[in-house]
Design a protein around this ligand. Structure first.
Ligand code: G3P
Length: 220
């Protein structure tokens, strides 16, 4: 499973790259706003300089012709830009046109397996089911991912599934066990993946044991 980081923060992306598992980046208008960015182009260019993997940049237009125009401008920033469009009817129209022009599209704000089926049929390179936001309303986000995997496997669609709106290591674990292509993970959750109290306790004990002999005067 590929690890994308779900952020527009350059330091978080650089840190994730230093761990050796940065396969791509996803952004959205809310993540850009969190960084105080209103024109995302410079930031997308900077992010593309930090990874060769796909970098999702979301369009703000809502009608198909405007979406296509904006998406082509974003795609021209770097070869690894994937344009992110909402799963709406205009979004599907724009996806078909962009896919025909070999522009990689990530269809986002996906909350049902049927929306994901439409994304694949329109030719999206990626689909982003939002698991956390479904869990938030008492539904089962990962069950939706399981259904999408079943449908895509049954019909051999090549659209890659990006498990998004990830809130906890459990989401990452379930995504990996289900065989999702990609999980896009917030920086805070990436930190939680490595942390375990027994790792910290074990390390402290190893170091304490080492100090006991290292600080002992050498025998003559
Ligand atoms: O990239 C979009 C998605 O991951 C949003 O997550 O936490 O705002 O539901 P969240």
């Amino acid at each position: 499973m590929k690890f994308f980081i779900d952020t527009a923060n350059l330091e978080e992306i650089k840190t994730c790259a230093s761990y050796g598992f940065l396969d791509g980046v996803t952004t959205n208008p809310s993540l850009m706003a969190k960084e105080g960015i209103s024109d995302q182009r410079e930031r997308i260019k900077a992010i593309c300089g930090l990874t060769d993997g796909p970098v999702s940049a979301e369009v703000l237009a809502t009608e198909a012709p405007d979406m296509i125009k904006e998406a082509k401008e974003l795609a021209a920033i770097a070869p690894n830009v994937a344009v992110k469009l909402p799963l709406t009817m205009p979004g599907l129209t724009a996806t078909k046109a962009l896919a025909d022009d070999d522009v990689a599209v990530n269809l986002t704000l996906v909350f049902t397996p049927l929306q994901a089926l439409l994304a694949a049929k329109a030719g999206a390179a990626f689909v982003s089911p939002f698991v956390g936001r479904l869990d938030d309303i008492g539904s089962d986000g990962m069950a939706m991912v399981g259904d999408i995997i079943s449908i895509y496997t049954e019909y051999a669609f090549e659209t890659e599934i990006i498990v998004a709106s990830v809130r906890s290591p459990q989401h990452v674990l379930k995504a990996a066990l289900m065989g999702a292509d990609i999980c896009t993970i917030p920086f805070s959750v990436i930190g939680q993946l490595a942390a375990h109290p027994l790792t910290d306790k074990g390390l402290a004990a190893f170091l304490a044991d080492h100090r006991k002999v290292a600080e002992k005067p050498a025998a003559h």
